[in-house]
Design a protein around this ligand. Structure first.
Ligand code: GLN
Ligand code: ZN
Length: 773
């Protein structure tokens, strides 16, 4: 390996987690919202987190330390306040109620229902293919902007006062516009660019006054399929901005994918540094180094440390990329960085005090990733302690490559031996349907629910007590059984046709399975921000996945023993388990998906053997797993569909397979949804007034379908008439003999009284529909 004897290579962090190592920000926000703490206390906590993050990076030796990567709620929402993109309905809060900025921010994020106001929040949606959710900006034709919040400048000043030379991170104007939504017809939000740029220029001037030297513009939309107009908008925007403050060094950051067909646009931008996500797209480096780019003087920020996953970096692999770039353009034009903001990984591995040391040695959280970036610079520039650094790293990487904890030949062999026949039902749907009808004998408009029933505080407390050891497993099981029994009895009283056991024994639909599968590990403090104060702690798939023993059979068998009605077995599908976990990076995602699919398949076989005639395999995350670039969709859909089918297709024709998906915007993937070949699919449709059903109707979806007839996100009880009306709408587009009647999703966040009433109304509406049909 060759070393470049130079120190002028920069290290660059794109963003650091802002929730705090012990979720301090979450706790502070929630106690402020509850009225238990003052605004001043909240802002002090926020300031402490920022200071901690900056000093941590400074002490580690990071050259380009981000500021404005902090947010009290969401960085896109912050940008709305910066440029004053505040929807009309919030104006009274400013003009009359004179809310302070932070309260306005929270009102836009969470809605404002007090002091006589009833204002709904901005919509929330997923940030690209992450599990982070941002607040969707709202735009109107010819909207005007002005510089309102001084957050960016304030945070820069704060850093400078602490002796940090900060690099503000700013959501770029094009991605800001594209991340939003037009709230009226007749214009394209990208046309607002000319109104928006003056505000960005003002902001740049203010930063220039603070002597800011580097600015990172995040333009993640540059990795998606853009139109020519949008590409031109990018070129125009950065032309304008760089002309405005030519002395500031612009870093342009796209991440999560390749720039693809936007690459030539990106390379031509008047920016000084271009960031590459070399984890998602290593080939991009070769593409760039093969162009005239090498002759210019622009720099490359090499995103070699994975910002989306928790594995220790393989220094040898990263150094190969770094050295290649250095050889082509020189060390002074190279920056070393994580692939994206570290927002998407937990804060600090040091808090994991109970992880098996062998496994812990394979991991790196945000703080460790900062250290990795610095270590890579030391290795690439050949500074002193480098030898030991590399040896330690190689040893950890080698142990992961060969550890018996990870690698199980019999699992690998079984996964490799999966055939198309394993992923195909014995007969076609029409044949299966006849057998299922004969066995289940269901009425028209059969009623069912999606699985979970209210998870009350009592139930959650039981689990906490069991964990603490203050109750025995026996006591826990008995209490869960009692809840299951009540739940089954209630469904019978209500007259529901296909029952569920209620999922009282489950903490979470992925964690419950992960805890029982080999190859999974759980962290104690591996929290990642999902939205606002909400954090998730994704389980980690570290090794070959295998089911050692049945996971749900006893509970389902017990529930079935309480009733003569069919009891649905309830499982989470392989794609959803994969999507909501940190996944291995040492084999393709599809291989891990297939291993999980085989574990679920075994569970399906055991449920069938235990006499369960209806089995639901939830796949709410199939859509969110779609790759960012359309050209990669079909490969993903192919393995995702296959994984579901491997999980579900072992059964006899007479066993009815259900699947369930939330957010049912399926127009563009409806053929793949149909290819799952589930006998019944239940989807979320009530809030769209059955509009989302059109995709299924237009496609002539061949199997049975249960469009959700009421919204489970609110405690409001729907009337019989409302449900009957939705059923009529559904019956107008789907053959009645294919229709099921069910809520939009699981009922675990609801309370008992409203649940009972709503289901009562649902059953009545179904009965009325039968009479009419
Ligand atoms: N069976 C799960 C439940 O009812 C499904 C949840 C989901 O789709 N997100 O809770
Ligand atoms: Zn759902």
């Amino acid at each position: 390996m060759f070393h470049v004897k130079t120190q002028n290579m920069f290290t660059n962090i794109l963003g650091y987690p802002r929730i705090g190592g012990q979720r301090e920000l979450k706790k502070a926000c929630e106690s402020y919202w509850a009225g238990d703490t003052s605004l001043r206390n909240l802002l002090t906590t926020a300031q402490e987190i920022r200071r901690h993050n900056w000093q941590l990076q400074q002490q580690a030796g990071i050259d380009l330390i981000p500021c404005n990567d902090f947010s009290l709620y969401d960085q896109v929402l912050d940008m709305c306040l910066t440029v004053s993109a505040i929807p009309e309905r919030f104006h009274p809060l400013v003009e009359q109620a004179q809310l302070p900025e932070t309260d306005l921010l929270f009102a836009m994020a969470r809605g404002y229902q007090k002091n006589g106001y009833d204002i709904t929040a901005l919509e929330m949606t997923k940030w690209f293919d992450t599990n982070y959710h941002y607040m969707v900006p709202e735009f109107t034709a010819n909207q005007q902007f002005n510089l309102l919040s001084t957050k960016i400048v304030d945070e820069c000043r704060e850093a400078i006062q602490l002796g940090i030379q900060p690099k503000p991170v700013i959501l770029g104007p094009v991605s800001f516009l594209l991340s939003g939504k037009e709230k009226e017809a007749g214009f394209n939000r990208i046309d607002l660019l000319k109104n928006l740029l003056p505000v960005y220029k003002k902001l740049l001037s203010a930063l220039e006054e603070l002597n800011v030297r580097h600015i990172q513009f995040d333009e993640p939309y540059l990795v998606t399929n853009l139109t020519d107009t949008e590409r031109k908008a990018v070129a125009y925007a950065y032309g304008e901005l760089s002309r405005h403050t030519p002395r500031i060094h612009f870093l342009l950051a796209g991440y999560f994918e390749c720039y693809g067909d936007n690459l030539s646009t990106v390379l031509a931008l008047p920016v000084q540094t271009i960031h590459l996500d070399l984890v998602r797209c290593p080939a991009q480096l070769d593409d760039i180094l093969a162009t005239d780019f090498v002759k210019g003087d622009k720099k490359l920020s090499l995103g070699v440390v994975d910002g989306r996953n928790i594995w220790k970096n393989d220094y040898e692999k990263s150094l190969a990329l770094i050295n290649k770039a250095v050889a082509a353009i020189g060390a002074a034009r190279v920056l070393i960085a994580p692939s994206c903001s570290l927002l998407h990984v937990p804060c600090d591995l040091a808090f994991e005090t109970t992880l098996q040391p062998e496994i812990k040695n394979w991991l790196a959280f945000a703080r460790q990733k900062v250290e990795e970036v610095v270590a890579l610079k030391q290795l690439a520039t050949g500074s002193e302690s480098a030898g030991a650094l590399l040896a330690d790293n190689q040893q950890a990487i080698a142990s992961r490559r060969s550890s018996a904890l990870i690698h199980k030949q019999h699992v690998k062999q079984r996964t490799a031996a999966v055939t198309d026949a394993d992923a195909t039902r014995k007969s076609v749907f029409a044949t299966r349907r006849i057998q299922q009808q004969a066995l289940l004998n269901l009425p028209l408009f059969p009623t069912t629910t999606i699985g979970s029933f209210p998870q009350t505080a009592d139930i959650r407390q039981l689990r906490a007590q069991l964990k603490k050891g203050s109750i025995t497993q026996q006591q826990y099981d008995n209490a869960i059984k009692a809840s299951t029994q009540d739940c089954v009895r209630m469904q019978e009283e209500l007259g529901i046709d296909v029952l569920v056991h209620g999922e009282f024994e489950r903490n979470d639909m992925v964690e419950y399975f992960g805890e029982q599968l080999e190859g999974y590990v759980f962290t104690k403090n591996g929290w990642v921000q999902s939205y606002g104060s909400r954090c998730v702690k994704p389980p980690v798939v570290f090794g070959d996945v295998e089911r050692k023993a049945p996971m749900t059979v006893e509970w389902t068998r017990y529930a079935q023993s309480l009733t003569s009605k069919p009891m649905k077995g309830m499982l989470t599908g392989p794609v959803t388990i994969l999507q909501w976990s940190f996944v291995r990076d040492d084999q393709p995602r599809e291989t891990t998906a297939m291993q999980i699919a085989l574990a679920i398949r075994d569970e399906v076989c055991d449920l069938e053997e235990a006499g369960i005639k209806v089995i639901q395999i939830d796949e709410p995350a199939i859509r969110e797993g779609l790759p960012l670039r359309k050209e990669n969709w079909s490969a993903y859909l192919q393995w995702a569909v296959k994984a579901f089918k491997v999980a579900s297709c072992s059964v006899e024709d007479s066993t009815q397979i259900h699947t369930h998906m939330c957010y049912s915007e399926f127009n563009d993937i409806i053929d793949s949804i149909a290819a799952l070949d589930a006998d019944v699919i239940t989807i979320e449709t009530s809030r769209s007034q059955m509009e989302l059903l059109d995709a299924f109707a237009d496609f002539k979806y061949p199997n049975e379908i249960g469009p959700g007839v009421y919204d489970i996100h609110s405690p409001r009880v729907p009337t019989v008439d409302e449900i009957a009306h939705l059923l009529e709408k559904a019956a107008a587009v789907i053959p009645v003999e294919h229709l099921w009647v069910n809520p939009d999703c699981g009922l675990k966040t609801r309370k008992w009284p409203e649940t009972r009433q709503a289901l009562e109304h649902m059953v009545q509406a179904a009965a009325a529909a039968r009479v009419k049909a």
